[in-house]
Design a protein around this ligand. Structure first.
Ligand code: B12
Length: 452
């Protein structure tokens, strides 16, 4: 069979990182790797492509079109599935990805034949056997239109299989991670035991931290040509076993690369003893969720760290020369004084990059129920659920003032606190220009929202 795997384009009106950076479609590379033996497969990355899906279908003539999805992509994915069928009515359409896992119902639509709620080697095999026979029957993890999208009832998780990095060869120069371009992404271990209340990520992968099969990881590391790897693991600093395995692997394979990882405050404090060697072997930056300056909020969010732990973490990372890309969440009950306290707090922490997003109670989270009556948009306004747009009505200041404070704080901390000359030296003028250009787009979107 000829199979076209598609990543939808940037949603221009949504507030997203992709205004200045986007990385490879790892999920599609995994699917490509799993199918390439038996099928003719291509990836069509619409984050990079300028051609339309229609034109690509006319050229490649696929039997099957598979789309990946994130929360903000729903409307676009449905449009593209319909476009595929309009171009050739025989095409079978599939949808997978994070949004299909978290909210498969969003894709119940006449344009979508099968929804992969989760994907494994086994359900892919069963699926293609059933398609070949023309016999659609219930398969774990798959909801089919012909069966009224009914699930078999068995819950499961996505399987990390070996991605085929060559499948995106022609796009790879475009993939970046903040100041690093080109950059690859990969996963070393799944799950997160921290189970923070606001976080979707452990809900996707589970609360148990597990290493991915070491042979698979070795193979994957050998295949990556880019000088920078961003590890998407929820918290890389989570066990002695994981850290020792990683350090030994990098040394054994004699890898000389830059690494970027997510690290929790708790993990950085607990596993400080590894930071010196991690830095020596290439760790350049940790993405740290400090979240807030306020201990009450940290405890309500079920964070296992305090505002003082955040300060301690910043000092530790400074000592080892590891950059901090910090993230914070603005609570909808904040007033101007709270934003001021946050700015003062960030001045103490001095991260190299800071993002401040409004707290987003995604519909799967327990906090959704408690904030539901203050929602500014409905669950079906998919493009708004970007984690960048204010979703809950602020209680102390107007929405306009709230956006104003978010904008002011983001600009203040990134222009005045971050050392911009140091950034140019680290990432080069071209990368700083790219990030700056994207940030200006984001500022414009915020300004438009202020005036809505
Ligand atoms: C890497 C990453 C990115 C990358 C690339 C994502 C991509 N796939 O294109 C970049 C940096 C571009 C990115 C951007 C954003 N991201 Co992001 N990102 C992640 C991260 C850290 C890992 C995702 C990943 O690669 N997982 C590993 C792969 C292997 O899993 P997967 O894609 O689900 O694929 C598996 C299956 O789903 C299946 N599959 C996938 N596609 C398909 C298709 C078919 C046909 C089939 C059969 C199967 C299949 O195959 C794989 C089997 O293992 C997650 C957090 C996390 N740990 O999940 C957040 C996450 C997915 N991102 C999120 C968000 C919100 C965003 C942004 C909107 C943030 C923003 N405001 O900028 C933007 C949107 C970008 C855009 N479209 O404009 C949310 C999504 C929430 C949701 N409900 O969808 C997450 C969960 C983080 C969070 N906030 O909790 N992101």
């Amino acid at each position: 069979m000829r199979i076209l795997l598609v990543r939808p384009p940037r949603i221009k009106q949504a507030i997203t990182l992709s205004d200045f950076m986007f990385s490879e479609p790892l999920g599609l590379e995994i699917i490509y790797g799993a199918l390439k033996e038996d099928h003719e497969v291509q990836i069509f990355d619409m984050m990079v492509e300028t051609k339309s899906l229609r034109a690509k279908i006319k050229e490649f003539l696929p039997h099957l079109v598979g789309m990946t999805s994130l929360c903000i992509d729903v409307v676009k994915v449905l449009d593209l599935c319909r476009e595929a069928k309009e171009t050739d009515s025989r095409i079978i359409t599939l949808v997978g990805g994070t949004q299909a896992y978290l909210n498969p119902k969003a894709f119940y639509d006449e344009g979508v034949d099968h929804i992969f709620e989760y994907t494994t080697k086994d359900n892919l095999k069963d699926f293609f056997a059933s398609i070949n026979k023309g016999d659609i029957h219930p398969i774990d993890g798959i909801r089919s239109r012909a069966l009224a999208y009914k699930s078999t009832g068995l819950r499961g998780r996505n399987e990390y299989m070996l991605p085929d990095r060559g499948s995106t060869e022609k796009y790879r120069e475009e993939y970046s991670y903040f100041g690093y371009k080109p950059a690859a992404i990969m996963e070393f271990g799944t799950g997160c035991q921290k189970v923070c209340d606001f976080c979707l990520r452990w809900r996707i992968e589970g609360a148990e931290e597990k290493l991915i099969n070491l042979d698979l990881t070795k193979n994957d590391l050998r295949n990556i040509k880019e000088p920078t790897i961003m590890f998407i693991d929820n918290d890389f600093l989570c066990s002695d076993e994981k850290l020792n395995t990683f350090i030994n692997l990098v040394k054994d394979l004699n890898l000389k690369k830059n690494y970027i990882m997510y690290g929790s405050v708790k993990g950085i404090i607990e596993y400080e003893k590894y930071l010196k060697v991690l830095h020596e072997i290439g760790l350049k930056a940790l993405l740290v969720g400090y979240e807030t300056f306020n201990d009450d909020e940290l405890s309500k969010y079920h964070k296992s760290s305090s505002a003082d732990d955040n300060i301690k973490t910043a000092e530790i990372l400074r000592k080892y020369g590891i950059d901090v890309w910090a993230s914070f969440m603005a609570h909808p009950d904040w007033d101007k004084k709270d934003f001021k306290s946050l700015r003062r707090y960030i001045k103490k922490l001095k991260p190299q990059i800071t993002t401040i997003s409004p707290l987003t109670p995604f519909p799967n989270l327990p906090m959704y129920r408690t904030l539901e009556d203050r929602l500014l948009y409905s669950m079906e306004d998919y493009e708004k659920w970007s984690f960048g747009q204010v979703m809950i009505k602020p209680s102390k200041i107007s929405l306009r003032e709230y956006y104003g404070e978010l904008l002011k704080t983001n600009l203040y901390v990134n222009i005045f606190i971050n050392k911009n000359t140091e950034m140019i030296k680290k990432y080069g003028l071209k990368n700083i220009y790219r990030v700056l250009k994207g940030s200006i787009k984001a500022v414009k979107k915020y300004k438009a929202l202020m005036n809505e």
